[in-house]
Design a protein around this ligand. Sequence first.
Ligand code: FUB
Length: 327
Amino acid sequence: MANKVKRNEPLVTHIYTADPSAHVFDGKLYIYPSHDLDHVKESNDNGDQYDMEDYHVLSMENPESECVDHGEALHVKDVPWASKQMWAPDAAYKNDTYYLFFPARDHDGIFRIGVATSASPSGPFSPQPNYIPGSFSIDPAVFVDEDGRAYMYFGGLWGGQLEKWQTDEYVNEPAEIAPGQPALGPRVAELSEDMLAFVEQPVEIAIVDEQGNALLAGDEDRRYFEGPWMHKYNGKYYLSYSTGTTHKIVYAISDNPKGPFVFQGTVLTPVLGWTTHHSIVQFDGKWYLFYHDSSLSGGADNKRSVKFTELAYNEDGTIVPIDPYGS
Ligand code: FUB
């Protein structure tokens, strides 16, 4: 199925798609989204309404072309360790292999992150029998640096269970984090050469203000919630993410892939729907923001559609904020 895509319009309309991770592979744009299902589930802070079962890979020859749905690339029934909720995935290319990284609940209801491989960027992908040892929570974003080293950024609050991993052990009912305490940061771990394991225990990323003070849990306009993305621009590392409860995509910059990152500002103002999730990719010299909203479904939080638009930088390297519904 193919539709010619316009800026700020759904890439496809025959299925609901969300959480886009966009990459350029083989000179084409490949988009790895979640596949939202057209069903009614109980809606709660645990995220039960996001009850996705499989992934479809989308591709575009270029930003002016049609978008192709390559069909089912991986289904939860084929992943031995996973029970449900195939949430935001990402993909990477290394070792002549395409890797699909994805979170799902294991058979104990704990979110873990798995990996599946393919010879083709459009799949189908064959899952590893077990999740990545030491992985937890949601929203993997894998960044392969210019030196070939690969890092996975991950973690999400609330339904994403990050609060339950404040120590290296899973705690089902953790103590609440007070608004005046430092906010939880996303986690990062370097991946092994074969991309199937962590080479280290994941570490928490520090996101600080201009004075070097950690962002606080009560600072909901700036603190990390979920959906990390990493890209590099002019030699600097840009960590962008969703603020969750305040529905923004914001970013922070560092000289090091593991931070600390200094908070900068907004990438994307709120979209229609509770969640916001994005990726940033360069194609043919221009930069693009892929994101989702719930306009196609008339505002249903769990029936979202992936869209894209151009992204621009100011001369000082800051990002020009995007209003998804502006002119
Ligand atoms: O799609 C399910 C969850 O919603 C994702 O993992 C989060 O980033 C949010 O978009």
